[in-house]
Design a protein around this ligand. Structure first.
Ligand code: ZN
Length: 366
């Protein structure tokens, strides 16, 4: 708990402990509970205010923070009146991070205030201290934040732009007088954008460019991987087959003897197929790809999954699922999934019927 370094005098103005008479003659009250304070100006400790007869309430712990926030607000108001706030440019990093790509682009735009800020007394710490109008056509909400630790602040949901005037909690030496706090805020406090709607479409533009690049990279990768594929590069082809898992009454056939299903190109032996019928009446089989097929580029330990249009390719199947789910490989006749989880997540949200079986014939007519 930080000792109270300033308090309210009889007129409601903020007074630092160095600006008042010592002891009970200070004439100040607690900004939280309103009870009388004494000014402790001893030699041993940092000067501070204390509640008379230790009458403080648990909520008085926030008194020092409330005083600092008021000083920040007064400082910012003085700066706005003298020279204007000078809003920083809004900057945002747009990123796409996937299994094969990690791309980003920085976008920024200038933001100006139209007219004056409307200052207001916030009742809660997360309420804005001022509102205004921006030349980007949205409303501005200005917040204060004192970073006591690294916990990120939570602001209320807002349609417009949110700007934060923030600083770290200052060292005790700064809190001795008004000048020290003013100097600290000049040097350490900063205006930071928390959010700004994409009013110029720059974020959407950057995202579209990144998606295009990501798609190209992915297609290049697949082309390269397929060109490099084939049995010649599979170094562990002589490794013994994995021990079959016990499944049902009896053991599974060996990979060589396992049945192959034409409706699930390149499927791994003895896998389970999951059938999804979507709301638009398209049906898909989700299954694990064979890890040593001729079109394969993976090491044996990696598990890759595919979605095959079921029971056979239908008109437009290569475009039927978004690229976030996978990339169509028309040569083999499957969608190569980016990740198993993404595919399942996408399908599960749109599925009207789903079944699992080791024999895709079980889904016929569903
Ligand atoms: Zn109090």
């Amino acid at each position: 708990m930080t000792p109270l370094f300033a308090a309210l005098d009889a007129t409601g103005a903020l007074r630092f402990v160095s600006e008042v008479e010592r002891g009970a003659d200070c004439g100040c009250v607690c900004p939280v509970c309103g009870s009388s304070l004494v000014a402790r100006q001893g030699a041993a400790n940092e000067w501070h205010f204390a509640h008379e007869a230790s009458l403080e309430q648990p909520e008085c712990e926030a008194a020092a923070l409330r005083v600092l926030r008021r000083l920040m607000l007064e400082h910012l108001q003085a700066r706005a009146a003298a020279a204007g706030l000078g809003l920083p440019a809004f900057r945002q990093r747009v990123a796409i991070v996937r299994a094969l790509v990690n791309l980003h682009e920085d976008v920024q735009w200038d933001v100006r205030l139209i007219g004056e800020l409307q200052w207001q007394a916030p009742s809660e710490a997360h309420d804005p201290v001022a509102r205004g109008r921006l030349d980007t056509g949205v409303d501005l909400h200005l917040h204060l934040h004192v970073a006591v630790d690294d916990t990120p602040p939570i602001w209320p949901e807002c349609e417009g732009a949110q700007l934060v005037y923030r600083c770290r909690w200052p060292p005790a030496s700064v809190l001795r007088d008004r000048r020290g706090v003013a100097r600290y805020l000049d040097q350490q406090a900063e205006l930071l954008w928390h959010q700004h709607p994409d009013t110029h479409g720059l974020v959407a533009g950057a995202r579209a460019r990144l998606e295009t690049r990501s798609g190209q990279l992915y297609r290049n990768w697949l082309a390269m991987a397929d060109a490099a594929g084939g049995p010649s590069h599979i170094d562990d082809i002589d490794a013994p087959p994995p021990k079959p898992l016990f499944y049902g009454p009896g053991t599974l056939p060996t990979p060589e003897q396992a049945p192959r299903y034409a409706c699930a190109p390149d499927h791994a032996p003895n896998v389970s197929f999951t059938f999804y019928r979507l709301a638009d009446n398209q049906s898909w089989l989700l299954y694990r790809l064979h890890s040593t097929g001729p079109t394969d580029w993976r090491s044996k330990s990696e598990k890759f999954y595919a979605l095959a249009p079921y029971p056979r390719p239908f008109e437009g199947w290569t475009q039927a699922l978004p690229e976030t789910v996978g990339v169509a490989d028309p040569f083999i006749g499957v969608i190569r999934c980016r990740s198993f989880l993404d595919a399942v997540t996408h399908l599960s949200r749109r599925t009207v019927l789903t079944r699992s079986s080791r024999d895709p014939a079980a889904f016929a007519g569903l």
